[in-house]
Design a binder for this molecule. Structure first.
Ligand code: SF4
Length: 61
């Protein structure tokens, strides 16, 4: 899971292009995220030039 800081996002699209599971897409503001297909490979976190994406750790059930 990731968290996107929509205020920091510039809409450059780098995260969309790098996502191997196509879990990110353009939205009216910033990007939209589909958590079900995300496998948390961190490619978007590492490529974002604005530092707008962070990895979210889910608590164990
Ligand atoms: S890489 Fe960062 S700044 Fe660019 S669209 Fe994705 S979240 Fe926004």
């Amino acid at each position: 899971m990731i968290a996107i800081d929509t205020a920091a996002c510039t809409g450059c699209g780098a995260c969309i292009a790098t996502c191997p599971t196509r879990s990110l897409r353009r939205a009216r503001k910033a990007v939209a995220y589909t958590p079900d297909s995300c496998r948390g490979d961190r490619s978007c976190v590492e490529i974002c030039p604005a530092g707008a994406i962070g990895l979210k750790v889910e608590p164990l059930p």
